[in-house]
Design a protein around this ligand. Structure first.
Ligand SMILES: Nc1ncnc2c1ncn2[C@@H]1O[C@H](COP(=O)(O)OP(=O)(O)OP(=O)(O)O)[C@@H](O)[C@H]1O
Ligand SMILES: [Mg+2]
Length: 334
């Protein structure tokens, strides 16, 4: 959303991050672990201050789990997350922990279920302030909520209503106001528009773009829709079966598309100019289960470039195919 990140300071780094969910089987004498769902399986990715990093991939590839681990709603199995260089699981003081919790917020996919139906909007939006600014007088807190509602395009009287009285787009505005109430630095937006009508999607995306400037925000923007990702992201990371297979600046990933998986995703985007039609590559089969991740390159069973040998045996390293554009493939396109 910001033109191109001028400041090159890392705000957040994920280092060989894994989140595996154990699969248990119930026997006569209790349960035993029989497998792991490898939802996040070796993610290395950094986020620059002030940028929008788009995270895209098919359903089930681990986008939401990555977001939850970043905001500490899930604990990683292995690996590290550094926030301004500090391990978020090894803060020395309670103040550092609180500072992190305040500065890293999440906006959820479903504006219908992410708001407590029994709470007034005033309390939903003001809750974070109550936790992080407990000494702030109630009247000041309320004033602040009114200001936030105004910033997200809602009216003062909306503060005394309940979530069910709002449309999907308005509820997402409330979710955004709630996230911004504590003045965060980083917002993980998990498919914030995918549950909304197309016309409303554009309004919410524009609002998020404006707020990014006003609040100097950094976004990790999760979506499975590539056209949304193209519209909002400074850099793009493509996720497949728990790992990142390609990342780089927006124009690099969209014009010098390198990983065969990204090529396949791109080929499915509807194009406004039919003369510039790209051959549609239909990915064979469903994504494999994250319980049984294929050997070698995990994309090889569905890949039109697989050689049936190296791709089956060797996990490709992440290579820098052009400055700041990375791809994890033995036979990249560019
Ligand atoms: N709490 C959990 N326990 C067990 N498995 C889980 C849990 N949360 C997620 N998973 C599994 O981990 C994998 C990744 O899920 P995740 O929700 O992160 O994917 P996603 O990319 O966000 O998908 P979508 O686009 O559908 O939102 C899936 O196979 C999912 O079923
Ligand atoms: Mg998800």
């Amino acid at each position: 959303m910001a033109s191109e990140s001028k400041q090159r300071e890392f705000l957040l780094e994920m280092l060989d991050l894994r989140k595996w969910f154990p699969v248990k089987e119930q026997g006569f004498i209790g349960s035993k672990q029989v497998a792991n769902i490898k939802a996040v399986d070796g993610v290395n990715l950094a986020v620059y201050k002030g940028e929008t990093l788009g995270l895209v991939g098919e359903s089930g590839c681990g986008k939401t789990t990555t977001g939850k681990v970043i905001v500490k709603l899930e604990v990683p199995t292995t690996g590290q997350i550094l926030y301004k260089g500090q391990d978020i699981y090894a803060f020395h003081t309670k103040e550092d922990e609180m500072h992190f919790k305040r500065n890293v917020q999440m906006i959820f996919q479903d504006p219908y279920s992410s708001l407590n139906p029994r709470m007034l909007i005033m309390d939903i939006v003001g809750e974070g302030l109550q936790i992080h600014e407990s000494k702030m007088p109630k009247s000041q807190r309320e004033e602040f909520v009114y200001e936030l509602l105004d910033k997200v395009g809602l009216e003062d009287y909306h503060a005394l209503r309940y979530p069910h009285e709002f449309s999907g787009g308005q509820r997402q505005r409330i979710g955004i106001a709630r996230a911004l109430s504590v003045n965060p630095e980083l917002v993980v937006a998990d498919e914030p528009v995918s549950a909304l009508d197309v016309s409303v999607q554009a309004q919410i995306l524009n609002l998020m773009q404006d707020l990014q400037k006003d609040f100097s925000l950094t976004y990790i923007f999760v979506a499975h829709d590539l056209s949304v990702i193209k519209h909002v992201s400074d850099r793009v990371a493509v996720m497949y079966l728990g790992t990142i297979v390609e990342y780089g600046h927006n124009r690099q990933v969209f014009t010098n598309t390198s990983h065969p998986y990204t090529v396949s995703l791109m080929s499915a985007i509807p194009r406004p100019d039919p003369r510039r039609k790209m051959k549609r590559i239909v990915l064979p089969g469903e994504p494999p289960s994250p319980i049984n991740i294929p050997s070698g390159c995990r994309f090889h069973p569905r890949c039109y470039k697989s050689d049936g040998k190296k791709c089956v045996k060797e996990d490709p390293p992440m290579i820098e195919i052009e400055p700041e554009h990375f791809v994890k493939c033995h036979y990249p396109e560019v």
